[in-house]
Ligand binder design. Sequence first.
Ligand code: SAH
Ligand code: SF4
Ligand code: F3S
Length: 479
Amino acid sequence: MNKQNAKTAVVSAGELEEQKQYVSRVHSAISALYNGKPKACVITYGCQQNVADSEKIKGMLELMGYDFTDDRFEAKLIIFNTCAVREHAEDRVFGNVGALKNYKREHPDAVLALCGCMMQQQHIADKIKKSYPFVDLVFGTHVIHRLPELLYKTLTGKKRVFEIPDTDGIIAEGIPVKRDSDAKAWLPVMYGCNNFCSYCIVPYVRGRERSREKAEIIKEFKTLVSQGYKEITLLGQNVNSYGKDLTPCVSFAELLRELNALDGDFRIRFMTSHPKDCTKELIETMASCDKVAQHLHLPFQSGSNRVLGAMNRRYTREQYLELIHYARKLMGDELSVTSDVIVGFPGETYEEFKETLSLVEEVKATSLFTFIYSPRKGTPAAEMDDPVPASEKSKWFKKLTDLQERISAEQMALHKGKIYKCYVYGKGKLADNYVAARNDGNLIIEFEGDESLIGTFQNIKVIEPLTFVMRGEIVKEKQ
Ligand code: SAH
Ligand code: SF4
Ligand code: F3S
């Protein structure tokens, strides 16, 4: 997107004002339709970007007069915010929506709505239109801010509402947000993706990259800090592209430094970084900013340069390793690396898969998110020859997860005796009198402690690394 388009993509104050009027209209419509406050159930699939969108949806629904429930069978409004990244994610949505057919028949006054990335695909919207007649409202990723208007039309009109404009995407500021947690918050800094990795649907359903103005991000960040949020995660499909479309340009590293300099006791996280745009400046910024978590989520996807080329990732294994070595040099053991890996990309050979295994050995990630390749309609990879059978891919996948399990255990063992500043986020699972905390590297450490510690930072010494969590004890000073 060029700079001019990026500007015109911002939703105007007038449009947002119009939506406010629809908020009042929905308010009146639901008081006429239902006895008392109706309940809404918002079910979210997919990544943090979707979680952040659902928090906006809930923010708007609250204004419109809805209460909330986790039980879809007592809701007057059920919204599925869907993900399209793999077939499995889509199958789950179809299954769950299908299971509501009877509920809708017995409760004709309930509204069933579908939104999110899956709905942004025309073939899916068509399928819903044809085969799921009990779905009342379908809307795409670029019109979330118009929920009041769309819901009003659904509640008062006779027809089903489908609103899926195909645009490069918009930025809507000032939407109310009802956050799921009082302690950690998601803060999208940019939307969309321009990378078009050959297997990935995200650029098609989320539009082009567009950055929020730095001043808007700082304003929201300060509000979060003043509200007591201690862990704030900056979100973007590729945060390293942040600010390239702004006038004047701002780098993501610059944004991090400005946020780091704000007053308050908080920790900044961010995801996801793309190796092709991950700069040494960013790594240096992570190392030098005391409030920026020493956690780098840097997906490599494959260890074979041929496969990386076919994936259109635009970096090599060697370039990836150089970044990891540089980050480890600056941040040492404090740094936690996590990554995403795809097994069974079309045409990947066993030899090439073994290169992924050897890269996994070299990277020594704390943990990996591993996926078997899933063809996505409309992407270049879906048209490629894919001769390796699913059963074979499953065997490779098992090899990969076994290897990472060993590496994760080795990595965990290195933490024994170390002391970390940790954010205590909730009750523990190891025992009734335990609470759970996260260190900078996103590792979970549980320790004996009172629930009053929840919401504070504490220094915790690791006593015993277990498989996924570590057992620790509270200490006075970080040594
Ligand atoms: N923007 C992020 C990740 C977005 S999707 C990035 O570029 O790293 C999260 C992960 O899902 C990807 O990193 C990839 O590992 C996986 N993924 C995406 N499309 C996939 C597909 N078609 N099949 C299997 N895994 C996929
Ligand atoms: Fe998908 Fe690649 Fe964009 Fe990540 S960078 S969202 S994997 S296209
Ligand atoms: Fe899924 Fe959309 Fe996120 S496809 S992974 S919810 S951006």
